[in-house]
Design a protein around this ligand. Sequence first.
Ligand SMILES: [Zn+2]
Ligand SMILES: [Zn+2]
Length: 167
Amino acid sequence: MRISLAELELHRVQASETFAPGALDFPEFRQTAPLNINVNAELLGTEIRIQGDLATRLEANCDRCLGPVEIPVKQHFDLFYRPMQTIATEEDVEIPEDEMEVGFYTGDGIELADVATEQVILSVPMKVICGEECRGLCPVCGANRNVKPCNCAPPQHDSPFASLKKE
Ligand SMILES: [Zn+2]
Ligand SMILES: [Zn+2]
């Protein structure tokens, strides 16, 4: 669904859409439940303000053991989109850091799918782990140490305590 500039010039726009798993493209994780997004959009000067929320479930691989991790996503957002042309014509435009929520739109509006994809990616932590206690994979034999401890010796280091152990 497209939130069109022409319509926003007349009135606020309320929109909602559901994206089935696979409808949106997430490189790092799998969507395991339908994604619902609800937005309120309005035009402020030339900026489009989009407020709303979305919810879905994702699955990713644990950073340590590569096992599947469920990630419930509930994201509330309040975004401002500026027309791309203002950037192209004014060369010295710098976006202050406190305006990180500012995006850009081109053409005649904004795709709800783009807003949803962007917000989902922002909501997911950089490092996904299945739990603080995850032991990860053995660096020697590659076994999942959560499932079964292996008997590999830890990698050899010149530990300052190595000599203490012999005494
Ligand atoms: Zn893990
Ligand atoms: Zn091992």
